[in-house]
Design a protein around this ligand. Structure first.
Ligand code: SAH
Length: 219
């Protein structure tokens, strides 16, 4: 049995206080240490419910927002999931424990490599990390049961809706500026695609094109 630290119990209590109810999401988040995905002084703040800086000018998402997005995704162990924006790999790890298979795309080669190493080392084996532009999705692995996007698109990407199965769900932030983003859930049925809007959120933008390690190291 894995033992859970007192801090991790407080972390989960806070998620419950913020309205997270899904027992599977809570129990998986209880067992995954967010500190693993952070470095330096930020590791000490891993249990705070705030986004924190990672490399390449990006951020690890706020835990309660990760939990809310995954709740809305209605994920289960049979799902093949596409994640756009691997970042630190924290959300990837949670998705890995809740689904059958995760394909995660990141446009920063440096972040992709780091997250891939961490996930492998910590036995998240049903994950494939890809260095690529997630706004194009992953045609050769489509269709997906679920798609989750961790960066804000200006509009709902139709390319990604095409890569969803019928009955599939996509959750993503949509908006032009940091101040004007809304969390949206898309459900694709045979006859119609349904859109549901939730609360305001703040994510880094979904950027087209790739950033390889050499470019990053040269600034
Ligand atoms: N859930 C991640 C969030 C990382 S921030 C975590 O908790 O760590 C969002 C990530 O999306 C960033 O790493 C950014 O580089 C990536 N991103 C932005 N646009 C992208 C695109 N078009 N394709 C793939 N990744 C993208």
């Amino acid at each position: 049995m894995t033992s859970v630290s007192e801090n991790q119990i407080k972390f989960i209590l806070n998620l419950k206080r913020k309205g997270i109810k899904n027992k599977d999401v809570l129990s998986v988040m209880e067992t995954i240490d967010r500190g693993l995905f952070l470095e330096g002084i930020f590791r000490d703040r891993s249990q705070e419910d705030i986004p924190l800086p990672i490399n390449c000018g990006q951020t690890i998402s706020q835990p309660s927002i990760v939990a809310k997005m995954i709740e809305k995704l209605e994920i289960n162990k049979n799902c093949k999931v596409l994640e756009v924006g691997t970042g630190s790999g924290y959300q990837t790890a949670i998705l890995s424990r809740l689904s059958r298979r995760v394909y995660s795309i990141e446009r920063h080669e440096f972040l992709k490599k780091k997250a891939e190493e961490l996930l492998l080392k910590n036995y998240f084996k049903n994950v494939t990390c890809i260095f690529g532009d997630g706004s194009l999705g992953m045609k050769h692995q489509a269709p997906f049961d679920r798609i989750i996007i961790s960066a804000a698109a200006e509009d709902i990407p139709q390319t990604l809706i095409k890569q969803l199965k019928y009955g599939g769900i996509m959750v993503l932030p949509v908006g032009f500026s940091m101040e004007e983003q809304t969390l949206i859930k898309v459900r694709k049925d045979k006859d119609q695609t349904h859109y549901e809007e939730f609360f305001k959120v703040r994510f880094v933008p979904l950027v087209e094109g790739l950033q390889n390690i050499r470019n990053y190291q040269n600034g």
